[in-house]
Design a protein around this ligand. Structure first.
Ligand code: UP5
Ligand code: MG
Length: 207
């Protein structure tokens, strides 16, 4: 639904990218890209240089799943299958994390969100006009490179989804559900794409 996506992008046209909005609303950059493309790596560098709060929905979900219980187990299973968790709970978690960081006048890098249309619909429902979305930062690199990076990271990361089988499922989910979201934003000229095939600092220079 084109209008729904468009509505999400409604505000904040005039203020500088990254600046907190005069309205006192939080200013948001969605950082998107495939599994292992370097979203977290680049966000950490942005945080070092600029005063952004970095929230990775994947990290939030991993934290939540560590708590165990019925929800924790369900999240763990979904992530190990390389599938996407349901949006209502995810956006609730995200909004709470944003509030904990300080809602007003803050600048957020939302790493790995939104990944499908349901995510966008739920964002619209729970947050919508309460935040100003500035643009989408697309960290882009080939599947071969992503796979190589993830397998290497998997040697030490302890992440249950950094194994070959799950990596392939994560790629599938990304292509089927998340790429269309990036492509839609692209048509709206809201995407700033960075080539992430180069060494970290060179990628960051472009970021
Ligand atoms: N690396 C990075 N940049 C490099 C470079 N330029 N040169 C050489 N090496 C580079 O980087 C990955 C690895 O590559 C690292 O070892 C790094 O040193 C190296 P990283 O910055 O961690 O990449 P990132 O894009 O953050 O990869 P990540 O694995 O976190 O991406 P995913 O999108 O797969 O994982 P995420 O944690 O966001 O989500 C995990 C799962 O949670 C999903 O599969 C899904 O099941 C669930 N989820 C949802 O359902 N909904 C959400 O909204 C979010 C997550
Ligand atoms: Mg990450």
């Amino acid at each position: 639904d084109e209008n729904k996506i468009k509505n999400t992008m409604g505000c904040g046209k005039s203020s500088a990218a990254g600046a907190a909005t005069p309205s006192g609303k939080p200013s948001v950059v969605f950082v998107l890209g495939g599994p292992g493309s370097g979203k977290g790596t680049q966000c950490a560098k942005i945080v070092d240089e600029f005063k952004y709060a970095h929230l990775s929905t994947g990290d939030l979900l991993r934290e939540e799943s560590k708590k165990g219980g019925e929800l924790g187990d369900k999240l763990k299973k979904t992530m190990e299958a390389g599938e996407l968790v349901s949006s209502a709970m995810l956006v609730e978690l995200l909004k709470k994390a944003m509030k904990d960081r300080g809602w007003e006048k803050s600048k957020f890098l939302l790493d790995g969100f939104p990944r499908n249309q349901e995510n966008i619909d739920e964002w619209e429902k729970q947050i919508g006009k309460e935040a100003d979305i500035k643009f989408i930062l697309h960290i882009d690199v080939s599947k071969d490179v992503m796979k190589e990076r993830l397998l290497k990271r998997g040697e030490e990361s302890g992440r249950a989804d950094d194994n070959e089988e799950t990596i392939l499922k994560r790629f599938e989910t990304f292509e089927k559900e998340s790429l269309p979201i990036i492509q839609f934003y692209e048509k709206k000229k809201l995407v700033r794409k960075v080539d992430s095939s180069k060494p970290v600092d060179e990628v960051y220079a472009e970021v």
